[in-house]
Write a protein that binds this ligand. Sequence first.
Ligand code: ADP
Ligand code: MG
Length: 455
Amino acid sequence: MTDKELWQSVLAQVQFTVSRANFATWFCNTEIVSNKNGKVSISVPNSFSREWLGNKYYSLILKILRSLERDVRLMEFIVNTETPLSIKKRVSLPEKQKVVDDSQLQFLEFKVNQKTNLNPRYTFNNFVVGGFNELAHAAGWAISENPGVNYNPLFVYGGVGLGKTHLLQAIGNRIASLFPEKEIKYTPSENFISGLVESIKNQEIGEFKKKLRKIDVLIMDDIQFLAGKEKTQEEFFHIFNSFHQNQKQIILSSDRLPNAIPALEERLRSRFAGGMMADIGIPDIETRIAILKSKCEEKDINLSQDVLEYIASNIQNNIREMEGALNRLVVFQKINQKMPDIQVAKKLLRTLLLSPKKATSFKKIMRIVSSFYDLEDKDLFLATRRKEIVKPRQIAMYLLRQELKESYPSIGRKFKGKDHTTAIYACEKIIKQLKEDDGLLTEINLIKQRLYSEV
Ligand code: ADP
Ligand code: MG
């Protein structure tokens, strides 16, 4: 058997054990690149795939390989930079943009397409790709070439200000240009909810659905707002199903994983998990600088490397805030007709950078943790062992310790009737679980992002 045939046989068997969506997501663009001395190397399109396959499918693949070739002992996944979906450089800058001045940019910002609701400002051209978003980008790009076929639904999740809306709209804009005949609709989920409620009130639900049926690509942003809205979820589920059955593309975003939206109905959740889920993490410093450079080009402003580094090292987990900082410098340059140097930049950005940093508090931790898990603030203080409360409470204790450096007895006192041993137990348990459970790690990172980005 050649390597190619061997891999074909493995894939044929894998297909029986994983869902179609998972298969398309994780096994497309994989192949055996070497097979000697009992060691098989499999190339995958990006580092995220490598991790995912390694964690979830290692033993399955190895078992199948062994059943076909007895002397296979070892297996490794390597990232192949030649596959079409992969991003060659770790950080790729978008193509050089046509120079537009700020007033034009602001004008563009308002020129939202009436029909699709898409803002032409958000494109793939000005979307910087790095390790933090490469999977989401690759999936989005693939969808725009072939909407409705592979990754359906696409579910993009990540913290605030990290590019979910930009990516969703870029996908929509690209589909619009490649498939002018397709009807595309972008809607923040809040608008969807109010539209639905309104149509029910005016007894126009039939009309509402009729309009939806015409749509080929539905892009719904920030679906965490569906949490707790039973009736809306019910309707959404039907719409979702009919889109799915008719091979119409659905693209969703949320600031948390579907299974971290407790009120979202189970059936809805399992549907999401059946498609493609891609997270957007936090860009590293070189990517943040690359993003700033690309924004400088858009805004036609020149800033020295030390100013860019200053911004990128002080604003770490919110691209929107980085842009806010940049805008201050743009205004300065416009008014004074000169480039702000590092001293000036430090002065201009002082208020912006100082305020949010350690602006977290006991109250804020309690508020953000409880809202993340769809609980009332007071629920975390209840004397109960209910699972849906115990876990958030332990996370709150862990964050009080990590973020505020509170002592264990003081943490215990804050939760009526608990002593320091309970606090120690909670923190140690979370620390231990974090080592084993990537889902928990994602949840806590998302919570932390909110702690430092919301006021
Ligand atoms: P989210 O929807 O996740 O809160 P947005 O998509 O609104 O975030 O992004 C916030 C700002 O950051 C936008 O102005 C967007 O253009 C910019 N941005 C986010 N990600 C990128 C990226 N990868 N490349 C360039 N700009 C980005
Ligand atoms: Mg958004």
